[in-house]
Write a protein that binds this ligand. Structure first.
Ligand SMILES: *[C@@H]1O[C@H](CO)[C@@H](O)[C@H](O)[C@H]1NC(C)=O
Ligand SMILES: *[C@@H]1O[C@H](CO)[C@@H](O)[C@H](O)[C@H]1NC(C)=O
Ligand SMILES: *[C@@H]1O[C@H](CO)[C@@H](O)[C@H](O)[C@H]1NC(C)=O
Ligand SMILES: *[C@@H]1O[C@H](CO)[C@@H](O)[C@H](O)[C@H]1NC(C)=O
Ligand SMILES: *[C@@H]1O[C@H](CO)[C@@H](O)[C@H](O)[C@H]1NC(C)=O
Ligand SMILES: *[C@@H]1O[C@H](CO)[C@@H](O)[C@H](O)[C@H]1NC(C)=O
Ligand SMILES: *[C@@H]1O[C@H](CO)[C@@H](O)[C@H](O)[C@H]1NC(C)=O
Ligand SMILES: *[C@@H]1O[C@H](CO)[C@@H](O)[C@H](O)[C@H]1NC(C)=O
Ligand SMILES: *[C@@H]1O[C@H](CO)[C@@H](O)[C@H](O)[C@H]1NC(C)=O
Ligand SMILES: *[C@@H]1O[C@H](CO)[C@@H](O)[C@H](O)[C@H]1NC(C)=O
Ligand SMILES: *[C@@H]1O[C@H](CO)[C@@H](O)[C@H](O)[C@H]1NC(C)=O
Length: 631
């Protein structure tokens, strides 16, 4: 430990009136558009004969497409989503205009959009044009994520287009001019980290959709297998109703547009510290709890209509964790009461898997598309331990003493058995389970730290063994082939922070999220769901690369980690009645963050120069907390 002197200014406890301005601090980093009507940023490519192509990046353009396969690919400069509209001024009879979309520049084509199905690509939107008019596809053809949009003339005549715009559809429940109204902020002296924080926040926004525009998989699923195709491309549309309410978080902006509880484990904290949009998360959770299996208590692997009746040991627990997170961030006791019986019923399902070893023997091994998550699995048992710990807290707020003894005993059993049966001293990591020694998984090891399952004397070994495995493009997840999973790596960031290895956490953000943000094949604004250890944008569970989602909420871990650990403002009890200010410095010299709960505003800000720390923070009147400091 390095010793240093420090000066602390405690603002909140003196209840200084807040110097609040209309926009949140650092709002210039926000990627969400100021209004829902958006135009392309620039031209990426022109093919054939198009006059004045660039004019369509502005309100009153006028571009003339002439001859077959004349096309323009527009670049929005970042990932966006919505419903396209164009105005035709003049046209020859019976012309065909096609529009295609893609998140990655790798799939730009006049023949199709990137994919939502397991093979092929998605068909272009086709419009028959014979004269002046405004052309807008049916609302189910809103495209959930694209940075590039191509306009193609598929016939041999001439068409004059005067306006080309997109109605931005994410976050449908907020006013048209409030997409940038974040309640939280972050800033530090590393521009890359700042951009990553805001790209994470924006990713969660793109993944918050209208519940009636869900399930991009339905077209490929309902039309049978092989996929229903025209012109060699797959039909696509988004119109399944997946939740109640007017907004919901889904896994990915383009795909699957379904509620998956696992994704919420990363999405909800990142949303809380940025937009603080908890109502959407509540809608998502409701859709899982209404589908709880009334015999077993298991929540569905995914929300409507997918995965009905499918049970995943871990995703079930993620659903229970999400309720606890929403309660913690909102301080909404009615919300917790509403679900408490179902929560305990759900926990009974998980506990019923515990056998004489003290560990749960997982038989419902669906997970985040990793292999072999069965038996006495370390990830599943760590998540169970973590959820039981939440259960003890929740029971306290519910004045329910019926579960305390049981939950605490089960936790003790899991911890003892996991450390005894699953630890691999040679690897300095846990094995996947007690019959499989070939994989020391990333998911189970990071969760063993996050949950508190790992004995204190194992934490440093795990953190350093995980560090040793990083490659050129990030932290590997050997339990999922050659995958790099920004989902599990999001939890790895927290594991290093908990191990007091803040430098490692910052290094991993720069390595893995820096790659995702800067690589020209990505959207450079939102985070991809997964890729390969060799840096190819191939996510091992899928055979069809155009299918990979480039805006996945589960990849946004740095947003919450930078706020909670680097700026160091954490809430420990519902609404932040108790808090902790505990910065983790790494190699940074300054950081600041803030967020809100119904109790008020929380913020912390520090500079560290010449071993002198100046820290100020602010918390709502009547709350209390502590300030442990270490490097
Ligand atoms: C347009 O391009 C496609 C793909 O290269 C090609 O199959 C088609 O024949 C072209 N159309 C015309 C009219 O040249
Ligand atoms: C434009 O031409 C390039 C090079 O042939 C091709 O790769 C690209 O797909 C074309 N763009 C469109 C929208 O057809
Ligand atoms: C687009 O052009 C191709 C090649 O000329 C043709 O086969 C196809 O039918 C056209 N599609 C539409 C929707 O007009
Ligand atoms: C969804 O959209 C498709 C394509 O337009 C349509 O065939 C289908 O009937 C729609 N389904 C619902 C539930 O609206
Ligand atoms: C919507 O709410 C109704 C009643 O409030 C409930 O019966 C239904 O299951 C809910 N649907 C979803 C998808 O959450
Ligand atoms: C339990 O769920 C099944 C299947 O969804 C349903 O048919 C049955 O009515 C439910 N039973 C009760 C008691 O709610
Ligand atoms: C959970 O299981 C315990 C012990 O079997 C039982 O007493 C309790 O009623 C169950 N709770 C719920 C909500 O099903
Ligand atoms: C146990 O872990 C190994 C990897 O070491 C895996 O191959 C196997 O499938 C796992 N067992 C079960 C029951 O999932
Ligand atoms: C877990 O349960 C399954 C099914 O009952 C059983 O076949 C398997 O042997 C058990 N695994 C362990 C490690 O006890
Ligand atoms: C430890 O893990 C390695 C793989 O990293 C494996 O080869 C070895 O068998 C494991 N040892 C034990 C004792 O589980
Ligand atoms: C991290 O540092 C704090 C303060 O020195 C200490 O209380 C805690 O035990 C450390 N955690 C680990 C895992 O070493």
């Amino acid at each position: 430990m390095v010793c240093f002197s420090f000066i602390i200014a405690i603002l909140g406890l003196l209840s200084v009136p807040s110097l609040c301005s209309v926009t949140s601090p650092y709002s210039s980093y926000i990627l969400a558009p100021p209004s829902r009507t958006i135009y392309a940023d620039k031209i990426y490519a022109v093919n054939g004969s198009v006059t004045n192509a660039k004019s369509l990046t502005e309100v009153h353009g006028n571009a003339i497409f002439k001859g077959a396969n004349s096309s323009v690919t527009y670049d929005f400069g970042k990932n966006v989503a919505g419903l396209v509209t164009f105005v035709v001024q003049k046209s020859d009879k019976e012309q065909t205009i096609g529009i295609t979309f893609t998140e990655s520049s790798m799939w730009i084509s006049g023949q199709g959009s990137d994919a939502t199905a397991n093979d092929g690509v998605d068909e272009p939107l086709w419009f028959t044009v014979s004269g002046p008019g405004t052309f807008t596809p049916a609302p189910e053809y809103e495209r959930g994520g694209f940075r590039y949009m191509s306009v193609i003339l598929n016939t041999t005549g001439t068409v004059e287009i005067s306006e080309l715009k997109v109605h931005f559809t994410p976050m449908p429940h907020v006013a048209d001019n409030k997409l940038q109204a974040y309640e939280g902020y972050f800033h530090c002296n590393d521009e890359l980290l700042n951009k990553i924080w805001y790209a994470g926040a924006y990713t969660t926004q793109l993944c918050t959709i209208s519940p009636v525009r869900g399930d991009s998989l339905q077209a490929s699923q309902t039309s049978g297998n092989p996929y229903h195709t025209i012109y060699g491309t797959d039909i696509w549309y988004n119109n399944y109703t997946i939740t109640n309410g007017s907004s919901t978080p889904v896994d990915g902006a383009k795909r699957d547009r379904l509620v998956w509880a696992g994704d919420l484990a990363v999405t909800i904290p990142s949303t809380f510290v940025s937009t603080n949009d908890l109502i959407s998360a509540k809608n998502a959770l409701q859709s899982l709890f209404v589908a709880q299996n009334n015999e077993t208590g298991c929540l569905p692997w995914a929300g409507f209509p997918f995965g009905r009746g499918l049970c995943s040991f871990t995703y079930h627990l993620y659903g229970l964790i999400a309720v606890a997170n929403i309660f913690q961030y909102s301080n909404d006791r009615n919300y917790l009461s509403e679900y408490w019986d179902q929560w305990k019923f759900g926990m009974n399902f998980s506990l019923s898997a515990i056998d004489s070893s003290g560990l749960a023997n997982v038989t419902s091994s669906f997970d985040w598309l990793r292999e072999g998550m069965g038996g006495h699995n370390i990830e599943a048992n760590s998540i169970l331990y973590f959820t039981l710990n939440y259960g003890l807290e929740l029971a306290k707020y519910m004045n329910d003493d019926s579960v305390q003894v049981d939950y605490a005993n089960k936790m003790r059993g899991i911890k003892e058995a996991a450390n005894e049966r699953l630890w691999n001293a040679t690897a300095g990591l846990f094995n996947d389970n007690d019959t499989g020694f070939t994989v020391n998984p990333q998911d189970g090891n990071v969760w063993s730290i996050k949950s508190g399952v790992a004995d204190v004397d194992k934490i440093q070994a795990i953190s350093s063994s995980l560090r040793t495995r990083w490659g050129t493009y990030g932290a590997p997840a050997p339990e999922a082939g050659a995958a790099i999973s920004p989902f599990i790596s999001s939890i790895e960031l927290e594991a290093h922070m908990i191990a007091n290895q803040s430098q490692r956490a910052l290094d991993l953000i720069r390595l893995e999220w820096g790659f995702m943000l800067n690589d020209p094949r990505t959207t450079q604004s939102t985070f991809i769901e997964g890729y390969s250890t060799d840096g190819s944008l191939h996510y091992p569970p899928y055979s069809n690369d155009p299918r990979v989602s480039h805006a996945h909420g589960w990849s946004t871990g740095p947003t919450s980690t930078l706020t909670f650990y680097v700026a160091g403002m954490q809430i420990l009890s519902p609404g932040g009645a108790e808090w902790l200010v505990s910065p983790h410095f790494g190699d940074l010299t300054e950081a600041a963050a803030g967020f809100k709960t119904p109790l008020g505003s929380f913020s912390s800000s520090w500079t560290l120069k010449n071993n002198k720390l100046v820290l100020s923070f602010s918390t709502p009147k009547g709350t209390k907390g502590s300030l442990p400091l270490y490097r």
